[in-house]
Ligand binder design. Structure first.
Ligand code: IMP
Length: 430
């Protein structure tokens, strides 16, 4: 079965979009399986920048059918704005397919995301405040409203009234906010139906038809392994399952539909929002500042500065296991070019001196571990025009081989710049 998954191996913002875009050219379908507009994928094609939140990166190829799977949570206004942005840039979006089973992000989800974060004070999660957590919570509580409900105004109104009865009570009585108006929400959402209706489809069917026909299907994860609700640094995680296993529920396929899992790892690590980060380089650290500046490490959507750190091979190795990665795509190697030396975390030391070669399951331990680094020489020259692995400086090749050894699977792609063409493909992937 020719299914490929692209999954982030860190805390997101690894640059998955550019590899999805790269691999989409050989695919018939490009399927998002989880998350919502908390994601931000920046693609640079012929110098033009595309910032995508919901639409799968494959949209940029006319032959690809972009699919938003049932595991995604959708703010329809954001989706339509994204479609308008793409159309204004002459990208045809007419073959976009949205699962009728995907859940809708409603205005009360966004409001609750904002007020609960405020309520948590110093314990806040640092969410994107897009309503992601509350929307997934309602899905699990079985009071969510789905895309297909938009097609039946009576059902939509009934479900909305039911939800608002509880949400407005919570907003008013717990958080001292004004209640939301059902008529207004109904009008806003139903007004979007004429544009959305032609895009709503049975996406499970589409995916299986493509797989049965031997066509290539690319499953595109948003966020990443350590933001996974089950396997990430809970509670500082998102509310869906970005790991490769999430494709099963989020797109409606079994594990045997997938034969390739590409874990995307940045040559260093960043994280936005709160939570443990063993290799973090704190504010004021010169290397940290350089990574943020050279890597333009600011959120695509929120503009938030990302927390920088050295590459963590302990986490990478664990991510390879969690996702059954068949290979690694390394991004932003060019960002390290200015550094005289480069560190890679190969193990952790616990507070009591215990050495960890794996990610300790207990969060209290993870919060306090100190990274054990190996230091490698830098190459101190720009590599953004390099096209072949053998043309990289010896120190850069050694760094890649070192990380590959620690990860336990081959590195098959290396990003040396933001452009679609700035990708070094290693022979093993050919
Ligand atoms: P939420 O997904 O908005 O609920 O946010 C939960 C956590 O996931 C926060 O720490 C966010 O910063 C983080 N997060 C969500 N989406 C992304 C992403 O696309 N890249 C990086 N971090 C993200």
């Amino acid at each position: 079965m020719p299914g490929t998954v692209i999954v982030g191996t860190q805390w997101g913002d690894e640059g998955k979009g550019r590899f999805t875009d790269y691999l989409a050219k050989e695919s018939a379908l490009c399927v998002r399986y989880q998350g919502g507009h908390n994601a931000g994928h920046t693609l640079v094609v012929d110098g033009e920048v595309f910032a995508l939140q919901l639409v799968p990166s494959g949209v940029l190829y006319p032959h690809v059918t972009p699919v938003i799977g049932n595991g995604v949570v959708i703010d329809p206004a954001v989706l339509l704005a994204e479609i308008d942005m793409l159309e204004a840039k002459h990208i045809d979006t007419s073959n976009l397919q949205i699962s009728g089973n995907a859940h809708l992000i409603m205005p009360y989800h966004q409001e609750l995301d904002r007020v609960t974060e405020r309520f948590l004070g110093k314990n806040k999660l640092g969410t994107t405040k897009r309503g992601i957590g509350p929307a997934y919570a309602d899905k699990a509580l079985r009071v969510g409203i789905r895309v297909q409900d938009l097609l039946d105004p009576k059902i939509f109104r009934e479900k909305l009234d039911l939800a608002l009865r509880e949400k407005n009570g919570v907003l008013a009585k717990v958080y001292n906010r004004l209640p939301l108006d059902a008529d207004e929400i109904c009008d806003t959402y139903l007004a979007m139906v004429p544009r959305l209706e032609p895009l709503i489809a049975d996406t499970v069917h589409l995916v299986h038809d493509a797989l049965d026909a031997g066509q290539h299907v690319l499953f595109e994860g948003a966020q990443a392994t350590y933001l996974d609700l089950d396997h990430g640094t809970y509670p500082f995680v998102t509310s869906s399952n970005p790991v490769a296993g999430g494709v099963g529920t989020g797109a409606g396929v079994g594990p045997l539909a997938i034969d390739r899992v590409i874990g995307v790892a940045k040559a260093y690590v960043t994280r936005v929002g709160s939570g443990p980060f063993p290799t973090e380089l704190f504010d004021g650290d010169d290397v940290g500042e350089l990574l943020v500046e050279r890597g333009a490490e600011f959120g695509t959507n929120t503009g938030r500065r990302r927390r920088p750190g050295w590459l963590d091979a302990v986490m990478l190795r664990h991510a390879v296991r969690l996702n059954t990665c068949t290979e690694i795509a390394m991004t932003k190697l060019d960002v390290l070019a200015a550094l005289p030396e480069i560190k890679v975390c190969v193990a952790y030391l616990g507070e009591d001196g215990t050495r960890y070669e794996h990610v300790p399951y207990h969060q209290s331990v993870l919060h306090k571990v100190k990274p054990v680094y190996e230091t490698l020489p830098g190459w101190k020259c720009e590599i953004d025009r390099v096209e072949r692995f053998d043309d990289l400086p010896a120190e850069a090749r050694d760094f890649v081989r070192f990380v590959q050894e620690l990860a336990g699977v081959p590195i098959t792609f290396i990003g040396v710049g933001p452009g679609r063409e700035q990708t070094v493909v290693l022979p093993r992937a050919a």
